[in-house]
Design a protein around this ligand. Structure first.
Ligand code: SF4
Ligand code: SF4
Length: 125
């Protein structure tokens, strides 16, 4: 990630079409059992080329979208752990294996402090 969607989400799915990375999927299309719209951490680019994360820009529910750690090699173990816990379901490619942060790092917003990410603070715009 990235950003993640919390249980404050009302499943309006307004964010799905706004994502430039096609990282967001509805409950029915999610790669794991979830009650809420899901962000694929292996795809989220934190909208680094935009002034604000586009999902948050359209979300009607304050606090539904929060920060998670950068999807980079430094956080490889973190994401693989979250994957094992069933919080994420990172894509597994037939030939290339799991699209881990080590293998497929993503851009992230350097301006977001690590403690805000660790605390899963809401993404504010
Ligand atoms: S921050 Fe941007 S890339 Fe990430 S899920 Fe939201 S809209 Fe998609
Ligand atoms: S826009 Fe907000 S409330 Fe609607 S599905 Fe996305 S995260 Fe959930």
């Amino acid at each position: 990630m990235a950003v993640m969607i919390t249980d404050l989400c009302i499943n309006c799915d307004a964010c799905i079409d706004e994502c430039p990375a096609t990282a967001i999927v509805s409950v029915d299309d999610a790669p794991l059992e979830t009650e809420f719209t899901y962000v694929k951490p292996e795809k989220c680019i934190e909208c680094v080329d935009s002034t604000v994360p586009k999902c948050v820009d359209v979300c009607p529910t304050e606090g539904a979208i929060v920060w998670d750690m950068p999807y980079t090699a430094e956080f490889n173990d973190y994401y693989l752990g979250r994957n094992e816990e069933g919080i994420y379901a990172i894509r597994v490619h037939k030939k290339q294996g799991i699209f881990s942060p080590e293998k497929k790092p993503k851009p992230f917003r350097e301006s977001i402090p690590m403690d805000a990410r660790e605390a899963h603070e809401p993404v504010e715009i």
